[in-house]
Design a protein around this ligand. Sequence first.
Ligand code: ADP
Ligand code: MG
Length: 598
Amino acid sequence: MKTMNNVSTIHVLDEATVNQIAAGEVVERPASVIKELVENAIDAGAHSIRIDIASSAEGIVSVRISDDGCGMSPADALIAFTRHATSKMTRIDDLNQIRTLGFRGEALASIAAVSRVTLITRLRGTGVSGMKVVVEGGKLLQTGEIGAPEGTSVLVEDLFFNTPARKKFQKSKNTEIAHIHAILEGICLAHPEISFRLYSNRSEQLVTDRTTHLLDTIARIYGSDIVKELIPINLVLPFMKISGYLSRPSLARKDTSRMMIAINHRYVSSKVITAAIKEGYGTLLSKDLFPFAFLSLVIDTRLVDVNVHPAKKQVRLSREKEIAKAISETVNSALLGHDLIPDIVTPSQLHLGESSEDTVTVSDLQYDFTTPAPSGISEAIHSDTATTDRQLRQTELSTGTVPLDSKLPSMEVIGQFGGIYILATTDTGELVLIDQHAVHERILYEQVIARTAGDHRSQEMIVPFILHRTLQEAAILRDLLPALAREGFILEEFGKDTFLVRAIPVVLGKLEDTSIIDEMIHDLISEEPVRSVNTRERITRIIACRGAIKAGTVCTREQCQRLINQIRYTKNPFTCPHGRPTMLRFSRADLDTMFKRS
Ligand code: ADP
Ligand code: MG
């Protein structure tokens, strides 16, 4: 016998081999690479994710996923390629409350085992410089510092170069691209709060905007016609929330490819749930037809086992039967046109916990509905304060001392009125009413004007913003491109009526809401040029106007104070760039006269 002669036949596989084997499960095809990398970008808190596919006649050549998420430190960028390296869980108990899409720490290691990966990343909000890591077939080829925008981009080339069997297995290029579309559509629908852009050989394929309305995303992907055929569905149960849209029976297909299910913001395929939806249609749909359905289920994380599938395409649900029954009943009542679908259905109505083998009963379960992923709605509440802070930071000067020749005395904030006017007192005892938008516009305007050519005026957008215009507007805009470039807007033509905004002026800061770019360009091309005002002046005024804190923004006292401190640095604090007053002053004597005290 072999074992007798002391030669061991069993040995532990080396890490590279283990990774290749794991890659067999996680990385089935190019679409799985995109799924894993996009999920990482979502976990990184990205607002905007761009996917670029390059293909030749033979197939997909490379994919690149770029995000504006949290980025990684140089050290993390290296560890991230190690198998079971994850920042998302530490103990097995964490699996019960996973709120991220990843947690197995396998994707990057697996992808890098069967391709060449170039990762470029920079940690958000720190001075740490960017890092580039190149790994090929599991071997580290290159690392080093690199200038990079905040966020992460991962380029994957030569997929399956060292696994010829898997490579051969790849279907035609079009089939692979269809898989990519299917997965991305599902992910877009599960995350309307993120803007996604898919390009194939630089041509735009799929674009969604950040929105709080799922219907916007549905319309963007499948066209606005189908929106008319959709019925909203909403239900809150103690352990589950269901929301989304179902099609009227008139809109049906021969397959289930338009039944998109997200469980806790993870796009999944679930036979049980699609069957439950279909059952809810009952006789409204013939046996071989399936509806359109876009459902988002938020289920107590302890009832959802996400760790049953290496690529996490499926999840296992405890109390599956009750969940399915609740879905069927909700679908059915929505379709029967009960025009008032109750928001709260009591558990007894749905016979929860009855005759369930489950040991967990309704009463001893602690329901947990803290939303797993950032929902657009809760963000909207904070965004104003954060946006105002960003705008104020943009115009804060590094010099702490007020110029001696400041035209204004120091002022102390009393409060804000109507989200527009700041009330303050001067140290000389006057009352001042300040128009917050006009004042900030003036500050921005003077700062933009003060910059001379050669200043670092431009900042690159991680994800170029796409601007669509009518042909006529595009022609006007084309003439303005050089002037815009001088002020820091780098636009590139991208087809006859489309432009890519590659960079924007630094004074605009890190734009959370890119619609402002659209508005600025709109102002510029729709405004009737006044003869006495040159193009640079017009652009500067527009930057000042659009970049300034808006009227109607509720500011904290501290924000008001920062703003009125900043106005003291301007040369002309009393009017905005359009000539309107920025503030009104009342002395004690003025007020006495108005009250007829004297
Ligand atoms: P998992 O997502 O399961 O944690 P991955 O192999 O996909 O495992 O990623 C490993 C780790 O690398 C993640 O936990 C995360 O910390 C980091 N990472 C990967 N992609 C990104 C990204 N786009 N932005 C920031 N961090 C990332
Ligand atoms: Mg991951």
